[in-house]
Ligand binder design. Structure first.
Ligand code: NAP
Length: 284
């Protein structure tokens, strides 16, 4: 059992398994989710439901936030009755959602204004790595805050890295998710090209996964391609958001625009709440 009292806002696909792991290693965790019914699973596993975001921040030493995007994170931190609306000096706030480096810096300033500390810590890895404590946590902020949060990061992932000041962790996250977008688009195009020329989908996936081009992500997504069923582990709309943020952050490489356009068009066709690998359905 840890002495560190944790608050957690956001119990979506990622928040749920991450909080479960914190509970398993003995952290007392208080949780808040906008749709309160979604707290049920972790409350049954031992978490406490917060009276409000404001009260959760007042009552705990460290508060982590795992919500959809920049606007959601800003609302959770700085909205009326948000995390920073009460007396929070000396507390440490950690945003683990994927947002732009600029939003991270805004959140850091908002925390500092209230005498609180801030880290950004977006994670690389989806639901399965979250369940298996195999996430990679990309931290931006001060070394002393990173050291304070390290026991929490150790309970959530296999590796945490302090990559620089606030902004650097988000930049690293946008870079790795750009690679994810390129990989998934490439996998979908490869399989569809092979199939159009008489190769079975199953055979092409075996050729990819048994060879040098196979990777953790191609192996993880292959069963979904075979079944053509894409329930969200990582919703396509979130990757579209990350590719947009990478563009806004200045990526101008040859593939950056077509890859973003492809995922954006898939989202506009109604595939945003499906898994990222639904890019295959869109291209098909
Ligand atoms: P998700 O399943 O869509 O859950 C989103 C969460 O954000 C829900 O708890 C939702 O609350 C909350 N939320 C959204 N808008 C809000 C608002 N305005 N105010 C308060 N709460 C709000 O998303 P996820 O897959 O867990 O992803 C969360 C973050 O992690 C995203 O930034 C994503 O890019 C990143 N990420 C995801 C993965 C992955 O594989 N899924 C991997 C790495 C990083 P409600 O329940 O009330 O809607």
């Amino acid at each position: 059992m840890s002495n560190l009292k944790l608050g957690w806002a956001g119990l979506g696909n990622m928040g749920n398994p991450m909080v479960s792991n914190l509970l398993k290693v003995g952290f007392p965790v208080t949780v808040y989710n906008r749709t309160r019914e979604k707290e049920k699973e972790v409350v049954e596993a031992g978490a406490t439901s917060a009276a409000s975001l404001q009260q959760m921040a007042i009552d705990n030493d460290m508060v982590l936030v795992m919500v959809s995007d920049d606007n959601a994170a800003k609302e959770i931190f700085t909205g009326d009755n948000g995390l920073l609306s009460g007396e929070v000096s000396g507390k440490l706030f950690i945003n683990v959602s994927t947002v732009s480096p600029e939003t991270s810096k805004i959140l850091e300033q908002a925390c500092q204004k209230q005498g609180a500390q801030f880290l950004e810590a977006p994670v690389s890895g989806s639901v399965k790595p979250a369940q298996d404590r195999m996430l990679i946590i990309l931290v931006g902020g001060k070394e002393e805050n990173y050291q304070k949060a390290k026991p929490v990061f150790d309970a959530l992932g296999k590796l945490s890295m302090l990559v620089g000041p606030v902004g650097a962790g988000s930049a690293a996250k946008l870079a790795i998710n750009y690679f994810l977008g390129v990989t998934l688009q490439g996998l979908a195009e490869t399989v569809l090209f092979a199939q159009a020329n008489g190769v079975k989908v199953e055979d092409m996936l075996t050729i990819v996964n048994e060879g040098a081009c196979g990777s953790g992500i191609t192996k993880t997504k292959s069963p979904a391609i075979q079944k053509e069923e894409f329930p969200a582990a990582f919703a396509l709309k979130h990757l579209t958001k990350d590719l947009r943020l990478a563009k806004e952050q200045g990526i101008q490489t040859p593939l950056s625009t077509p890859i973003y356009d492809s995922f954006k068009q898939a989202q506009d066709k109604g595939l945003g709440d499906q898994d990222v690998m639904a890019i295959y359905s869109f291209l098909k």
